[in-house]
Design a protein around this ligand. Structure first.
Ligand SMILES: NC(=O)c1ccc[n+]([C@@H]2O[C@H](COP(=O)([O-])OP(=O)(O)OC[C@H]3O[C@@H](n4cnc5c(N)ncnc54)[C@H](OP(=O)(O)O)[C@@H]3O)[C@@H](O)[C@H]2O)c1
Length: 199
């Protein structure tokens, strides 16, 4: 049975993905207050110790990231920078720390989102972070070719979050929770690498 760490497993996406993997994976639920593993993606020093505790893994799924949704003209630029850090760098921190513990042909699956491709008023930070993730995965998959597969899932607003976002995603087709889980499962199963899976 494949051993997979899901970071963000207490969240909307991570919770659904962890539940969707449970039946045939050894799932380790991680986050700052993780049920199985406490990891803070912003704390590079702490990450190695956390991964060491788990040992070799076959998959790393990351479903974290928080960005401000505000027009660029008025958004506080420190908040904008923190958003890029939170959504992009924290995922990169996790990949870097996990590398020594990833088995041969293990899979890394990151999370971006539809705002990389579809503009909304207030989406510039999300778009920048998601775009960074897409380019990062493209380049990193080449560096790690033959050793670790690296992909990113880019969902629309997910069904479980539609209400919480109010009218922000007005007119968008929501991603069903079933499609969401299938997207991450496809990336874990392979055989592809370097892809942005738009679901
Ligand atoms: N919701 C949507 O409709 C949707 C659609 C497309 C893309 N996305 C993207 O998917 C990702 C997850 O979204 P979500 O809606 O599932 O968020 P969420 O419900 O707020 O969940 C966030 C998860 O991340 C964990 N977390 C936060 N900061 C962390 C840190 N520094 N280190 C480790 N874990 C941390 C949280 O747990 P702790 O508090 O215990 O750390 C929680 O488990 C985001 O990048 C979001 O932009 C979401």
């Amino acid at each position: 049975m494949k051993k997979v760490i899901v970071v963000g497993a207490s969240g909307v996406l991570g919770g659904a993905v962890a539940a969707g993997l449970d039946k045939d994976h050894d799932v380790i639920r991680a986050s700052r207050n993780g049920a199985d593993l406490a990891v803070d993606a912003s704390n590079v020093e702490q990450l190695d110790a956390a991964f060491k505790k788990v040992g070799p893994i076959d998959g790393l799924v990351v479903c974290i990231g928080h960005v401000p949704f505000e027009p660029f003209e008025s958004v506080n630029l420190d908040a904008f920078a923190a958003g890029i850090m939170n959504k992009f760098m924290h995922q990169a921190n996790l990949v870097r720390a996990a590398l020594p513990y990833l088995n041969n042909n293990a899979a890394v699956v990151l999370t971006s989102g539809i705002l990389a491709d579809e503009p909304l008023i207030g989406s510039s930070c999300a778009a920048a972070a998601n775009g960074a993730l897409h380019s990062f995965v493209m380049a990193l998959s080449g560096e790690l070719a033959g050793r670790v597969r690296v992909n990113v899932v880019s969902p629309s607003v997910v069904e479980a979050s539609v209400e919480g976002y109010g009218n922000f995603f007005d007119g968008f087709e929501a991603t069903s929770m079933d499609s969401l889980v299938k997207g991450y499962r496809r990336c874990l199963a392979g055989p592809f690498t370097g892809r942005v899976l738009k679901i």
